[in-house]
Write a protein that binds this ligand. Structure first.
Ligand code: LLP
Length: 381
């Protein structure tokens, strides 16, 4: 269940923080790709960062024009590149020379010059968990500084590729400003050296990655984050692109779940709920801690319990040893900060239909995705 006020407020705060320079917020669709959320953001003026033809399809479906779309990702297929060229997207963030080859080939085929940026791997360590840190040279993302420079200076594809920018993304759930500072310092000095060599870029895309509070983290203050970046970008005269995902939708969502059973094994208490790792995989995959609270207070004794789902895996546990007012079966619990990478990473594991999605606007709510049925499970098999 999502709060539209929370999504819009986060978007506007992000946008306002950068008001001092030309900038475009490209919301990272992967964080929450429900078309109603996308429509909300599109109406607020957001642009979008996509990583697949499927995400492009969602945006085209609600009438988002190509010039409000940037395309990232290490493995864009020929077909996806073609669709994006046809849509006339703002920028392809190219992540390898081999991909550049295909982009040039397809651009030539359509006789439509591609507007491109190279994604540099800045070799900066950042990110909350090993699985979501991306900006180090051992990661698959981006291209080394030396190769990026060589590709920008290589004129052989100039007919079909127009170099518009440089992009980077150093990781996700980043809580300190230092990694962002390191990245922007490197990227901006690179842009200057490129200009001296005759390649003038109009866009610098610094990706996403701003962390949020799940339990007791202190996320970066957006104005401080903006200050750290703006000082380096303003002198370049480039438009700044940013690709926040989690910071826009993460805090806006809760996963509501009902208590099925209570169970005691010796001195351990298990609260067995009807949501599971297939609905929200972050705890199992990243050791993420999403707080759980009762929706209605019961004023019962507080116990320490494991909050677990019905899936047949030990990893299907939302929280270990979590203090909670002892619930009863049938009680509703809220699992917090589930708006980003929640439904987007949900699956049908254990043949569990995925949950409904609800959007709350003021004192109204709308079902923005129907609860899946058992028939949905075997469609296509
Ligand atoms: N731009 C690019 C190129 C990205 O790869 C990502 C996220 C973003 C922007 C948005 O990053 P954000 O602002 O949301 O941190 N499933 C993981 C997070 C994976 C992030 C992947 N890339 C999680 O649940 O923590």
């Amino acid at each position: 269940m999502y709060s539209s006020a929370s999504v819009l407020d986060a978007y506007r705060r992000f946008d306002r923080a950068f008001r001092g320079i030309p900038h475009t917020i490209c919301y990272a669709v992967k964080a929450n790709s429900n078309v109603s959320i996308l429509r909300l953001l599109a109406r607020a003026g957001s642009s979008f960062d996509i990583v697949s033809g499927g995400e492009l399809h969602r945006l085209r479906n609600i009438g988002v024009p190509g010039r409000r779309i940037v395309f990232s990702g290490v493995g864009k297929t020929r077909e996806e590149i073609r669709e994006a060229l046809r849509a006339g997207i703002l920028i392809f963030n190219v992540e390898s020379e081999a991909e550049l080859e295909v982009l040039a080939e397809q651009a030539a085929h359509f006789r439509h010059r591609a507007s491109a940026a190279l994604r540099v791997n800045p070799d900066v360590q950042a990110g909350g968990h090993a699985h979501i840190s991306t900006g180090h040279h051992q990661h698959k993302f981006g291209i080394d500084w030396d190769d990026v420079r060589r590709l920008f200076l290589d004129k052989s594809r100039a007919r079909w590729i127009s170099w518009r920018g440089v992009s980077t993304h150093i990781g996700s759930q980043i809580l300190g400003l230092a990694p962002f500072r390191r990245a922007v310092v490197r990227v901006s000095s690179f842009v200057r050296s490129l200009a001296r060599a005759g390649v003038n870029l109009s866009y610098v895309d610094l990706g996403g990655g701003v962390g949020i509070r799940y339990t007791n983290e202190t996320p970066p203050n957006l104005d401080a984050y903006a200050r750290a970046i703006v000082a380096h970008i303003r002198p370049l005269g480039c438009r700044l692109l940013l690709e926040p995902g989690r910071a826009i939708v993460g805090p806006a969502g809760v996963l509501l779940t009902r208590v099925l059973y209570l169970k005691r094994n010796r001195d351990k208490i298990f609260v067995i709920v009807d949501a599971a790792m297939n609905d929200l995989i972050r705890p199992a995959l990243y050791d993420a801690v999403h707080p759980v609270t009762p929706v209605l207070r019961r004023r019962s004794i507080v116990v320490r319990a494991d909050i677990v789902g019905p899936v047949c895996e030990t990893g299907d546990c939302f929280l270990h040893d979590w203090p909670i007012e002892l619930p009863e079966s049938g009680d509703l619990l809220a699992i917090w900060a589930a708006g980003a990478y929640g439904f987007a990473q949900a699956s049908n594991y254990n043949s569990r239909p995925r949950p409904a999605e609800i959007l709350v606007q003021k004192n109204r709510f709308r079902v923005v995705r129907h609860r899946e049925s058992q028939a949905d499970l075997i469609r296509g098999e």
